[in-house]
Structures are given as C-alpha cells and as structure tokens.
Design a protein around this ligand. Structure first.
Ligand code: BGC
Length: 483
C-alpha cells in the first residue's frame, strides 16, 4: 500500500503565534509611546489632570497646560504629515478653475537666471510689453538681461492690484509673500520667474516683497516680516486673498505640476527636494518636521496658529516654531509628490545663525497666543510701499516701538530657560516613565494573554492531530478501495 506522509511540524503554529503577538505588542507600544508624548503636550482635560497631580510641574512659572519639550528630541520623534491625505482633488466647480485644468501646463518649468544687470523696471516692462507683444512664432526671447527666455504669453490682465487670467475665474485668490533682507538679485530673479510660473497655472495672484530695511544691520526677522505682510493683505480688503504662499526668495519651482493652491484645512509644504543652481550634487531632502522654504495655507489657518513668532532674530528656527504651533493645534501638513515638489536654489551667503533658537523652541507653544500675528502691529512700521503691477514692494521697520511690546530680552530668556531646565528634565522623566510603565503594563498584559492562550493552542493542536489522523485513515482506505 502506498503510504501518505503528512508534514507534522508541531512547533510551527506556536512560533507563528508568538511572533504575531510580539509584532502586535511592538506596534501597540510604539503607537502608545508616540501618542503619550504628543498627547502630553496638548491641553486636553486629561493632561491637565495629570499635570495638576504632578507637584513639580505645578511649581513652575510656566503655565502648566503647555508644551515644554526637549525640542530636538520631539522633532526627531514626531511626524506632522497627514499621511493618507489626497492632494489636489478639487470639488467639481465648473465656474472656478483649478490649475490642474490649465491648458498651459508643460511639466518642466524653463526658469532662467538673468544677468546681474536686471532691474525691477525690466521685469515690469517684460510682463506688460515684451511678452505681450511676442509673436507666436518667436520661441526664444532676447532682452538686455537674458537671451534665452522661452516663456509663453498667457493672456493676463492686471485689475485692482491682482493679476487675472483673461476669461477664467481661478478657484483661489493668491498672494505670494517673499520676506527679504539684502539678496536683491535673488529677489529680481525670483519675481521674474514666478510670474511665468503662476501664469502657466492660471492663478489669480499678487506678489508682495516684504523687505526689512530698518533698523540697519539688525538681524533678519522673517517671522515679523511674514506677519506684517499678512496684516497688509488683511487690511487691503478688496484683495480678498484666500491663499497665502510663504515663499523663500531663493527658491524657484521647477515643475508646473507643483500646484500653488491652498488646501482647505491643511497647510501644504512644497519644498521637498532642493538643488543648488549650477551644482552637480543631487537634490537634498530635508527632515520630515521641516516646513520652511515654501508653505501654502489659508488665511484662517494662519490666524489659527497666530502666525509666526516675532522673537526669532537671525537665520533659523522660526519655521520650526510654526511646525510646533501646528502640532499644538493638531494640524497636520500635506505635501505633493517628490517628483513635482522640486526647486532650484539660487546661491546666496547664509545669514547670521540664531543660536538662541533651540531655547526659544523649547517653550514655543507657551507663547502661541501671546507672541505672533495678533501682536505684530506695535512692532512694525511701514516705511514705504512701492506698487508696481509685477510686485508690491513693502519696506519695513521691524523694531518699531519696541518698548510697547515687552518681549523678554536675551538675558530674560536665559533666566527663563534656567528656570525651565529643571522643568524640562522632569517632563522628560515623566514622559520616559510614562512610556516605560505603559510598555511594561502592555507587555505584562500580552504575556498573560499568551499564558492564557497556550492551553487552548495545545488543545487545538491535539484536536488537529486527531483530525489529521482520521483524514489520513480515510484517505488510506479510499486509496486501498480504489485499487
Ligand atoms: C532651521 C530651520 C531651517 C532648516 C533647514 C533648521 O536647523 O532651524 O529654520 O529651515 O534648518 O535649513
């Protein structure tokens, strides 16, 4: 009689089960771990109770319901992306055009770096005369500041301080805000290119250059410049801006599929890959937490986080601070795909670093409501506003009436930071302890579950064995009968 062999590996189901349990445990604890940190910083009633119970936190001079975190650790561990969000799925509205339906999209954007002699008048002249009178057959335009311009003439009209595509109503009314200090050539290069880019997408738009001109020699305060720019827009009610684009002056988008549209409830960060102009090195991808470079958001979102902090002087930090504000308000950020969100970076010397930024970031969200857009007015003075159709050039004093605003001095920050050092250590310990005890209790639970499951597995295994034996018997009989 032919024998039938069954593979009887009694250990396999147990090993599989144990691995499965380990996997579930890992995922659960990892999730709880992250959640515990994130939820720790929000002022939900739960957290308040927890904080109130902790006497050390209670003694602190910092309001107890706010985030005080070791910033770098936090930035490393926190994701602010809305991972499952689908971009650019505009609601069907036949009367309002979304850029994805523009017939001028060509993919790669043929930006140019002009000669250094380019002036703001040249740009104005180009978009109001040279490009408009361009004959269809002329592919390449030559001007005194560039010899290889291949921009298309998209019919546009300038009405009430905004550029409109002729015969089209754009879905949004967009303002592109560019903060500036020095870097004049970058500004002209950017403005020259961005009009052609915006037109391919048929945006209704205006461009604002917000330049810090006073006090001279003072460090750059990008946060104040953005806040001032947004205040200016808000005051110009007739502009009726629905989408703000906060744009670095040195970044030129390279693909016109990178739509300059705001998402209704999420900020959109589009500088995912950046490559220096003329550099042979590849595109750089920055850290996940980064929202600097180019950020698009509605006016409502901007107000919801009280805009930027006004306290960052020098290079760095103000954008990370905004990231923390989004987290504090539970707002996640969307991003287009890597292939579209690519930029050419114009060379420039880097401004003086702000070494105080990490201290400021540590207690960033404590200041969310008291340091930002709502507080900007007494700090700024509009020195001059120059209006051209291609750019509204706002010159600003960003340190006006400083005594009206009692911002802490650096020394005061220092003492505050010293005071909070202990607080941070305690917070960190609490977080770690919370994590550990959570991990421990989850593990214990899982171990119990395994203990409880084992007899059942053993039992199941025995009944499996019996069943296999009976099937084997049956088959052996059937084969024998068949013969
Ligand atoms: C700075 C940010 C900057 C980023 C990328 C960070 O260290 O704090 O302001 O955007 O680096 O350059």
């Amino acid at each position: 009689m032919r024998k039938i062999y069954w593979r009887r590996n009694s250990l396999t189901p147990i090993i599989f089960l144990v691995l499965l349990i380990c996997f579930i445990t890992f995922i659960t604890t990892f999730h709880i771990n992250q959640e515990s940190i994130i939820s720790f910083i929000y002022h939900t009633p739960n957290n308040c109770d927890e904080l109130a119970r902790n006497s050390l936190l209670h003694q602190s001079t910092i309001p107890p319901y706010h985030l005080l975190i070791p910033y770098q650790e936090f930035a490393m561990r926190t994701s602010i992306s809305c991972h499952s969000y689908k971009l650019d799925e505009p609601k069907k509205n036949p009367s309002k055009l979304h850029p994805r339906h523009s017939q001028y999209l060509r993919g790669k954007f043929p930006y140019i770096v002009p000669y250094s002699n380019i002036t703001f008048n040249d740009i104005e002249n180009f978009y109001t005369k040279i490009l408009v009178t361009k004959k269809n057959q002329t592919k390449i335009l030559r001007t005194s500041f560039a010899s290889n311009i291949s921009f298309e003439n998209v019919p546009y009209i300038y009405i009430n301080d905004m550029w409109h595509p002729v015969g089209v109503i754009s879905a949004q009314r967009t303002a592109i805000l560019i903060p500036l200090q020095g870097r004049d050539f970058n500004a002209k290069t950017f403005i020259f290119n961005i009009h052609a880019f915006a037109r391919r997408q048929l945006l209704t738009y205006t461009i604002l250059l917000i330049e810090q001109v006073h006090p001279l020699g003072h460090r750059f305060n990008k946060g104040r410049l953005f806040n001032a720019g947004v205040r200016y827009i808000q005051n110009q009610e007739s502009l009726n801006i629905t989408c703000l684009i906060l744009h670095d002056v040195d970044l030129i988008p390279e693909n016109d599929g990178n739509f300059y549209t705001c998402e209704p409830i999420h900020p959109k960060h589009t500088t995912i890959r950046v490559q220096q102009v003329g550099s042979k090195r590849g595109y750089t991808r920055y850290y996940e937490f980064l929202i600097g470079g180019v950020l698009l958001l509605t006016m409502d979102l901007y107000k919801k986080v009280n805009g930027f902090s006004n306290l960052y002087w020098g290079w760095g930090g103000e954008d990370d601070d905004l990231s923390l504000r989004f987290i504090q308000r539970r707002i996640c950020v969307v991003r287009p795909s890597d292939g579209l969100a690519i930029y050419a970076a114009l060379p420039h010397p880097r401004g003086q670093r702000n070494n105080a930024r990490f201290n400021l970031l540590t207690w960033s969200t404590v200041r969310l409501d008291t340091d930002g857009f709502a507080q900007i007015d007494p700090m700024i003075r509009f020195v001059e506003i120059q209006k051209r159709s291609t750019v509204t050039h706002i010159k600003l004093d960003v340190n006006a009436n400083e005594d009206l605003y009692k911002a802490p001095s650096m020394e005061e920050y220092q003492s505050l930071t010293d005071q909070t050092d202990e607080h941070i250590t305690t917070t960190r310990k609490t977080i770690v302890n919370n994590d550990l005890s959570l991990i421990e209790s989850t593990l214990n639970e899982k171990i119990n579950e395994v203990d409880n499951l084992l007899p059942k597995v053993k039992h199941d295994h025995k009944s499996n064995k019996d069943e296999i034996a009976s099937v084997t018997n049956f088959l052996e009989k059937a084969i024998a009968e068949h013969r």
